[in-house]
Design a protein around this ligand. Structure first.
Ligand SMILES: [Zn+2]
Length: 61
């Protein structure tokens, strides 16, 4: 688990395009919340932050 500050954001899987609630750490790491082992849909560990979250409707537990 990275140490330091993190910021809640939305990340998109670079492979399949699924979006997840995520944390962006100060070091630049993107950690989807509840998906520590990678994308639940395809297993990819490559994610990119979505800058504009206004059009995304996601459910957060
Ligand atoms: Zn994926």
């Amino acid at each position: 688990m990275p140490k330091g500050d993190s910021e809640r954001t939305i990340a998109e899987c670079s492979n399949c395009g699924n979006t997840y609630a995520a944390e962006e750490w100060s070091g630049g790491a993107i950690q989807p919340i509840g998906a520590k082992n990678g994308c639940p849909g395809c297993g990819s560990t490559e994610f990119q932050v979505i800058e504009d979250t206004s059009a995304i409707d996601f459910h957060e537990d």
